[in-house]
Ligand binder design. Sequence first.
Ligand code: NOJ
Length: 429
Amino acid sequence: MGEALKFPDGFYWGTATASHQVEGGCRNNQWWAWEQEGGNIKDGTTSGIACDHYNRFDEDFALQRELGHNSHRFSIEWSRIEPEEGRWDGKEVDHYKRVLESLHKHGLTPFVTLHHFTNPIWFEDQGGWTSPKAPDLLERFAGHMAKELGDAVPFWLTINEPPVLPAASYIAGVHPPAKRDFRLAMKAAKNILLSLGRMHNAIRANAPHKPIIGPVINMTYVMPASDSDDDKEAAQSFDQYWNGYWLDGIRDGIIGPPAGDGESVDGLKGAWDIIGLNYYSRSVIAKAGGVMGLRQIPPPMDSERSTMGWEVYPEGFYQNMLRLKQYGKPVYITENGIGTDDDGQRCSYVVRHLREVHRAIQNGVDVRSYLHWSSTDNFEWAEGYRQKFGLIATEGDDLKRVPKPSAYVFKEMAEANAVTEGLAEQYLE
Ligand code: NOJ
């Protein structure tokens, strides 16, 4: 017999999106430019009109409310706000003011991300994250937005998935500028960590109220491929890059390995009120040749996987939340979800992952939100539209929003503030 798993009062239930993936027409950033080159997006699509969310946000938020959500995470497209260096576009600021008004009107608490993978083209042309000017530019952008949007924003999220930025753009070469250069990756990693501190402080200094501010760290759960010392060491350095560098870096105010030697940085220590956590899967690591001396072992053929090829591993979600307890900050799940064509798998995924959130809370982790990735199916970066992460499909030329069965599973939980008895019985052993 399933038993209901109750969440704390005031828990946030919602979805997360990012400007470039849903708005459409984000022409001024490096992703748009890269898509136009052709051959860079696996399924041959380009972001194009995306979900046309730029025009349809009010209708989207109304639907999310109907589906039981009480919160929503979205990102501000920097390249709209500052299309040329130092020139602010007030019309675009007004756009995001309307977005925030609409969220409040529909009873959705906003979580606002300032940087979600996209760079204005002028910034990318200067070297993007590898430019020594990056922390200054990001600080200025954050301060501008905090002043402009003021108390309409209760939660600011500074940078989305810091570890992905250098790794995808300068190590794996699968995001623009698609380079493979470890030295550049480390430059970027250092500037991103510095920017996390600078943006936090700029928001604090410029917001007219006292918003809650934090980074969005995408932790992976790292395991060595075997008991050998080599594999354990390789797993440790992977974990240090992916998790420890950012978390310990902000807690202690230092640039640790692999991008630094532990040198202290002014203003970075403790520059977070909360920790945003994105979780998708685990990483099994073995020693190997190559830049970092390691490689990731693909999941076994008989494991449950997503269409992205990622192993479904809810236990790692729990372990990561537990690890965050030592940092003494509230944890907000800012993303968790699955690319799949089988919505039944999504239903089961979401219930099983919420069980882990519940378990973490029972074990003393202060988790306050679960924002599912994503609301509508959208542009999955270098994978294109092929990957379906949404609770809601967009169908036909008019991109009609059609909630999937998983949207109703989510609604049942959000409205009950619990994994209900019925869902526990259906999806949990
Ligand atoms: C992480 C990213 O923040 C988001 O942009 C992406 O679409 C999802 N994960 C799924 O890969």
